[in-house]
Design a protein around this ligand. Structure first.
Ligand SMILES: Cc1cc2nc3c(=O)[nH]c(=O)nc-3n(C[C@H](O)[C@H](O)[C@H](O)COP(=O)(O)O)c2cc1C
Length: 212
């Protein structure tokens, strides 16, 4: 199979899995690649204003289940990647990031100061909308994870059907600082999951994509 065929196959192979085979776990090698996909996803300025909780403990999955409307994916998945986005982006957080960029890319002191001041200005101008912005960054990482998983024939389900505050409590995440926004359940589909046999429902290419 060439790369075009591989990618095209992944698009069709992936579906939002409703029930996983709980006996099948994701290998350590595959997990390493999936973690890399989340980490290397792009974000605005590269700021990555979110974190990911990767749940593999069955005990934690059981505790999460009622906070996720008892959806069967939670307790049958091999892993859950839960994306929590920052509610605010402090100047201190920006400075840690710009310092990292300076060190990794050998910025001069002057260009670092300019970059740092610029970025702090951009964040300040977002005001109340900053949480929406951090959350959008988290979704890009989740998207990278979904497609990477499909390419590796790992099944997945993106999920928003949960109570963010209750999920934060189970994870031990400070809800004043972070909001759980989306999770991706990962594993191997159960033969009993009827959804895998259903055709994909999508609008036509013409309706979705307007080529100018
Ligand atoms: C942001 C987001 C949240 C979703 N939340 C849930 C969910 O809580 N439970 C669920 O079973 N499916 C959930 N889905 C899956 C969608 O219903 C599914 O992707 C859509 O119906 C298209 O089907 P397909 O992914 O199988 O092609 C979610 C999808 C996205 C992108």
């Amino acid at each position: 199979m060439n790369t075009i065929e591989q990618l095209s196959k992944a698009f069709d192979w992936r579906y939002a899995t409703k029930k996983f085979d709980a006996t099948k776990k994701i290998s350590a090698e595959t997990l390493t690649l999936l973690k890399d996909a989340m980490r290397k996803a792009p974000s605005s300025f590269g700021l990555q204003p979110y974190e990911v909780y990767l749940v593999e403990s069955d005990e934690v999955k059981e505790k999460l289940s009622p906070a996720c409307m008892n959806q069967p994916q939670i307790t049958t998945a091999s892993h859950l990647a839960i994306f929590v986005a920052k509610n605010e982006v402090s100047e201190d957080y920006v400075e840690k990031f710009t310092t990292l960029v300076r060190d990794e890319r050998n910025f001069t002191e002057e260009s670092w100061k300019n970059f740092d001041a610029f970025l702090k200005g951009v964040i300040a101008s977002k005001g109340e909308t900053v949480a929406g912005w951090t959350q959008r960054q988290a979704y890009i990482s989740a998207g990278f994870l979904l497609l990477s998983a499909a390419g590796l024939e790992i099944d997945s389900c993106p999920m928003e059907g949960f109570n963010p505050e209750a999920v934060a409590e189970v994870l031990g995440v400070n809800f004043n600082e972070y909001t759980p926004v989306v999770m991706v359940a990962l594993g191997h589909r159960s033969e009993e999951d009827a959804t895998q046999h259903m055709p994909k429902v999508r609008v036509t290419e013409e309706k979705l994509i307007h080529t100018l």
